[in-house]
Write a protein that binds this ligand. Structure first.
Ligand code: ZN
Length: 219
């Protein structure tokens, strides 16, 4: 497993720990299967007809923080919970084909996306593909070469300010021509210290539903 290059750390535990994870995942899955019950009969459309766009951060568990069971809702995750083109693609499929009627954008405190800029990420990736380290003075690449300028072609959608990023993402979704006006979009920040969802009132206000005839009247 893995490419052997002079730049691979001499970590003899690496393959062992990878297979340990696989074994743990498969054991957990076996336990899940044994108590799966009648969930095999769930229909594809989410039963509670809503969707959450949120960050991939390992501390966030949308099923727990929002009280979801299998079959309840769509959860779309990426780094930051940003309204990227691909997140919007999923949201459009979510209502158009699978009937969701309300959407949440949930960013969170202490997000990794607050710790760098496009510039920082591009410098790191141009330098090498190894995992970078971070300290009080910022991110540092491990060096060793092998980076790629491909990093210039990705907008990393970093977050200078959480309230602002929630607002911007709600606004972007709200104003998207493929998103119908009657879907309310709510903006929240999840507090990693308490587990609490804190509303961003300006975002929820920006995500308020409107009807097509109102838009026509306003025009
Ligand atoms: Zn995050």
């Amino acid at each position: 497993m893995g490419r052997k290059t002079p730049f691979v750390e001499p970590n003899t535990d690496k393959e062992t720990s990878m297979s340990t994870i696989v074994n743990e995942v498969l054991a957990a899955n076996q336990a899940y299967v044994s108590s799966f019950g009648d969930k095999g009969k769930l229909p594809m459309p989410p039963g509670r007809r809503f969707a959450i766009l949120t960050c991939m951060d390992a501390r966030l568990d949308p099923a727990k923080y929002a009280g979801l069971a299998e079959g309840d809702a769509h959860v779309i995750r990426n780094a930051g919970g940003r309204a990227s083109d691909d997140a919007i693609r999923s949201l459009v499929i979510s209502y158009k084909l699978l009937g969701t009627r309300e959407w949440f954008v949930v960013h969170h405190t202490d997000c990794g996306m607050e710790t760098f800029t496009d510039d920082v990420m591009r410098k790191l990736l141009r330098s090498s593909l190894k995992t970078a380290s971070v300290d009080a003075s910022g991110w540092h690449d491990a060096g060793g070469g092998g980076g790629s300028p491909e990093c210039e072609h990705i907008s990393w959608l970093t977050i200078p300010n959480q309230e602002q990023s929630v607002l911007e993402d709600v606004q972007r979704i709200r104003s998207h021509p493929l998103v119908p006006g009657e879907i309310p979009i709510y903006g929240y920040i999840y507090d990693v210290k308490s587990g609490k969802l804190i509303e961003v009132p300006a975002a929820t206000a920006a995500g308020k539903p409107f009807h097509a005839e109102m838009r026509a009247m306003a025009a």
